[in-house]
Design a protein around this ligand. Sequence first.
Ligand SMILES: Nc1ncnc2c1ncn2[C@@H]1O[C@H](COP(=O)(O)OP(=O)(O)OP(=O)(O)O)[C@@H](O)[C@H]1O
Ligand SMILES: [Mg+2]
Length: 116
Amino acid sequence: MKLIVAVIRPEKLNDVLEALFKAEVRGLTVSRVQGHGGETERVETYRGTTVKMELHEKVRLEIAVSEAFVEPTVEAILRAGRTGEVGDGKVFVLPLERVYRIRTGETDAAAVTPIA
Ligand SMILES: Nc1ncnc2c1ncn2[C@@H]1O[C@H](COP(=O)(O)OP(=O)(O)OP(=O)(O)O)[C@@H](O)[C@H]1O
Ligand SMILES: [Mg+2]
């Protein structure tokens, strides 16, 4: 199992959600976040040159998936989240040790796969 964490443009959220739905990915968490993607903006101050970190509004997706869904999930985010301009975001794939469904006590593969 993997935990896929993606930071995307807010205006791409609908496209990404649609692509994930088509890829039969179910179960995700969406948060509004602020982030910085490495761009530096130099600002002159009376003390000399300082570097200011601008924060941008982004959307963070967290998706726990079984192995078979890792590639389809990443592919859907890459394809639907891309504009080609700086700031499209990132996808992180993390090992996921354990998943529990609280209601049933099911674990792991049985717990990441939503019950129809
Ligand atoms: N190394 C990182 N760790 C955690 N979050 C990151 C990292 N890099 C980028 N992010 C998050 O992703 C958002 C978008 O980053 P961004 O698209 O600018 O990444 P990038 O690697 O600089 O790509 P680009 O060259 O397209 O700008 C950031 O605002 C931040 O929230
Ligand atoms: Mg950047």
